[in-house]
Design a protein around this ligand. Structure first.
Ligand SMILES: Nc1ncnc2c1ncn2[C@@H]1O[C@H](COP(=O)(O)OP(=O)(O)OP(=O)(O)O)[C@@H](O)[C@H]1O
Length: 301
């Protein structure tokens, strides 16, 4: 198939949301180590789910002030699968992830070439608020709003409708989102509880519930466990694997063991290039590129 013509996107829009804070070294223990994946590494059995392509990037190029950060990446994103973006620091993982719902447009120096399609439609043809409803993102640091558990999830629902639905009307939807995020049992007794008083892991699941409430087709996760303790990490990894049945999931992670545990496909990036893309077992145990072999073997990080 001939790739569609390349088009430059204006990136002069000023940021309208605050940048996400970086994770702090708080009281939580660190998530499982990002060590190399060996043949003995565990990968939980997973149910086979039919894969449906929801997104595709074609010859995607992203640059900051003219300096390329992502260089001509073509990738599919499928529902029924988790796609992990891996690679050393600065290789362009987060830039690629943020471009999928046009968050890179909030960076004034960022420019983009190439195409991104959502269900076959060029994302530049979609209204950006609508697009970000269909492609939700969860960030490194849990960032619940300073309001109740209920209102955090209801926020996304209230934003959707023209008329503001009442609490009773919203309740089933809030419950459903909290259940899908695996948080309902822990918070259902008091939905008026302030979100900021939940544990870090609970806060991140609340952010996932908030992201799911608008029923997105694609869920983008930027190192969602990097600020969490091992137990919370495990809970969220289980959740990610379950969620892929109903939403396409793309995760950026530095933790190779995590990519191995949760992903169905892996994209390894290096200096902005997509070096290798393939099924998880293949990328980790039979990579075709020597650079991938070195990286997954722990030769550099
Ligand atoms: N807002 C920005 N302005 C200028 N350069 C940027 C900006 N954001 C990222 N970059 C540069 O783009 C390149 C890719 O960065 P990006 O954050 O996408 O990589 P990454 O693989 O996600 O890194 P990390 O794993 O450390 O988060 C790096 O060289 C980085 O310095």
């Amino acid at each position: 198939m001939t790739p569609p013509p390349v088009r430059r996107i204006a990136a002069d829009r000023r940021a309208t949301i605050a940048p996400q804070p970086l994770p702090t070294n708080g009281s939580h223990a660190q998530a499982p180590p990002a060590g190399p994946v060996t043949r003995g590494s565990s990968r939980p059995e997973r149910q086979r789910v039919p894969a449906i392509e929801r997104m595709r990037t074609e010859q995607l190029v992203l640059a900051y002030g003219g300096k390329p950060a992502v260089k001509g990446v073509s990738l599919p994103v499928r529902q029924g699968e988790v796609l992990a973006l891996i690679g050393p620091s600065g290789c362009g993982k987060t830039t690629l992830l943020r471009s999928l719902n046009r968050l890179t447009e909030l960076t004034p120096t960022a420019t983009r070439d190439g195409k991104i399609f959502l269900d076959g439609q060029d994302i530049d043809e979609l209204e950006v608020t609508q697009l970000r409803r269909r492609i939700s993102m969860v960030f490194q640091q849990p960032n619940p709003f300073p309001m109740s558990v209920f209102d955090n999830v209801a926020y996304a629902l209230r934003e959707q409708g023209k008329k503001r639905p009442g609490k009773r009307e919203l309740m089933p939807h809030v419950e459903e989102a909290l259940r899908r995020a695996g948080l309902w049992d822990e918070v259902s007794a008091d939905l008026s509880h302030p979100a900021l008083r939940l544990s870090g892991g609970q806060q991140q699941r609340l952010c996932i519930a908030r992201a799911l409430a608008a029923r997105p087709e694609v869920l983008l996760l930027d190192e969602p466990c990097s600020a969490l303790d091992p137990k919370s990490t495990e809970i969220i990894e289980d959740l990610i694997v379950r969620l892929r049945e109903e939403v396409a999931v793309v995760i950026v992670t530095h933790n190779l063991q995590q990519a191995y545990r949760v992903a169905d496909h892996v994209a390894f990036m290096y200096l902005g290039d997509l070096v290798e893309y393939g099924p998880t077992e293949q990328v980790f145990h039979a990579p075709t590129q020597h650079r991938t072999r070195e990286y997954v073997g722990g030769a550099f990080g």
